[in-house]
Ligand binder design. Structure first.
Ligand SMILES: *Cc1c(COP(=O)(O)O)cnc(C)c1O
Length: 471
């Protein structure tokens, strides 16, 4: 399997190379040259497999020659062995049509664990091998987090040899649980940075580091954000897991996905390209609704970010949307590079007709404001006895209002455990969700993090003074 950049001007890489590279050198994102496709019979044969085995089977075509099937299965078995539920991503019924896919049974209580627990193991595997072959000896991970990526990535790489991680979070804009899950990890290879500004500002800074030749000449910079293809690949698996339980390949299923950076829902698009019968992908946003506007009117223009009770969706620039625009726009890297340069200059662009029509074939979108989110939390509690976190509630709001045919099951991805956002849940239901035992004494532990201004030179200096340089 070969990986190409959405902007058409970066080296073609195999899976190992794309995993270690993160962002492509032309500023684009890596995508498989073509989508692997499963026949109906092949999909039917996946029903009932244990999650780790399903994961290895779904991912094997993307991994190509980079890992043997046996080794891949060892890694998925190790990664998903750390989840607290035997099903890894259990499916729950809420009413006759609505279902919940619980993705928060990993160590840091959000769906990001599903991909990052595996990515940590892939880094270790590939770096060990590359250093033998004269490739990169170590990796400096630089990431920005709206809360959940940071904790999941830190948990996945803390204490691992050959990897340093620098994680930027927007100061004061992540929940206490989210912050503590990052800042109480005191392993010497973990550097947390609270930075002034919004998540988008932090993410822009990370992108700049990736494109700063003075940095990339000295360090192997790696990504754990969903610009890293391996993350999306791992997320494709649970679409299969859920749809198979609801009758795929013989029955269509719709998914509602609380969306920020468009990574999770793009994994659903990939599952559909592979042959999974997905009726609709519902892109659920909060008031930071650039994706809702882009999908409903073609207007992809970034407003200012409004902080909400669902901080992991407080995003105006959705990196992975570029992957969709590339695929539905005819896979023309040169044209897309021009379009994205226009967006970067003007913070606005209009989708082409081909992009709009291509997206409309599968995606619909919906937006929930603060009241609608609170109502959805209440509905979950009163109608189904489930405490929903604010992100998941936005997905439920969209799922119940998307006009999906009553005969099609709608699965909302439950992206975070309610205890990660206890205040919003308590306000709507009167019930305060307790932290599961596996997170232990989070509020007693010592925190450690740097505070930096929203200034590129300050961040760059902080990273380069502490990271391990290329050998
Ligand atoms: C990251 C995150 C999202 C958004 O996912 P994307 O892949 O960025 O679209 C939604 N909900 C929660 C809880 C998250 O952590």
């Amino acid at each position: 399997m070969e990986y190409i950049s959405t902007r058409g001007n970066a080296p073609v890489l195999d899976f190992e190379g794309a995993t270690l590279a993160g962002l492509a050198s032309d500023g684009g994102l890596y995508v498989p040259r073509e989508w692997p496709r499963f026949s109906k019979d092949e999909i039917a044969a996946l029903a009932g497999l244990p999650y780790a085995e399903l994961a290895a089977k779904v991912m094997a075509p993307f991994v190509g020659e980079s890992l043997s099937y046996e080794r891949l299965l060892e890694l998925t078995t190790a990664a998903y062995g750390r989840f607290s539920h035997a099903a890894v991503t259990p499916l729950k019924q809420l009413d006759e049509q609505q279902w919940l896919l619980e993705l928060f049974h990993g160590p840091t209580l959000a769906f990001k664990d599903v991909a990052l627990q595996l990515l940590g193991l892939l880094f270790e595997e590939f770096l060990g091998r590359e250093s033998k072959n004269g490739g990169p000896q170590n990796l400096t991970i630089v990431g920005a987090t709206s809360g959940d990526t940071g904790s999941a990535a830190i948990d996945a790489v803390a204490g691992r040899a050959k990897v340093d991680i620098f994680m930027l979070h927007p100061k004061g804009r992540v929940s206490d649980v989210q912050r503590r899950q990052m800042t109480t990890v005191l392993a010497p290879n973990v550097y947390n940075i609270a930075i002034e500004g919004s998540f988008d500002d932090a993410q822009a800074m990370v992108k700049r580091i990736f494109n700063d030749k003075a940095v990339t000449d000295r360090f192997n910079i790696g990504a754990v954000n969903s610009i890293n293809w391996a993350r999306l690949m791992a997320q494709v698996v649970y679409y299969f897991a859920a749809a198979l339980q609801l009758g795929a390949p013989h029955r269509e299923v719709a998914f509602s996905v609380p969306t920020g950076n468009f990574g999770d829902v793009f994994a659903g698009y990939v599952a559909a390209q592979m042959g999974l019968p997905i009726a609709r992908l519902i892109v659920a946003t909060n008031v930071n609704d650039i994706l809702h506007r882009a999908l409903s009117t073609g207007d992809y223009s970034a407003g200012t970010v409004t902080p909400t009770a669902a901080p992991s969706m407080d995003i105006q620039v959705s990196s992975n949307f570029e992957r969709l625009l590339f695929d539905v726009g005819g896979r023309d890297g040169v044209a897309l590079a021009e379009q994205m340069a226009g967006f970067e200059a003007n913070k606005a662009m209009t989708l082409t007709n081909a992009q709009r029509e291509g997206a409309a074939a599968l995606f619909v979108s919906a937006r929930a404001d603060a009241d609608e989110m609170a109502q959805a939390i209440r509905w979950g509690w009163e109608a189904a006895g489930e405490l929903l976190d604010p992100h998941t509630a936005i997905g439920i709001h969209a799922a119940r209002n998307a006009g999906i045919d009553a005969s099609t099951p709608v699965v909302t991805l439950a992206t975070a455990h309610p205890a990660k956002f206890p205040d919003a849940v308590e306000r709507s239901t009167g019930h305060r969700p307790g932290l599961p035992e596996r997170v232990g004494d989070l509020f007693e532990r010592e925190e450690r993090y740097a505070e930096l201004p929203g200034d590129y030179d300050a961040v760059c200096a902080y990273v380069t003074q502490r990271a391990t340089a290329k050998a």
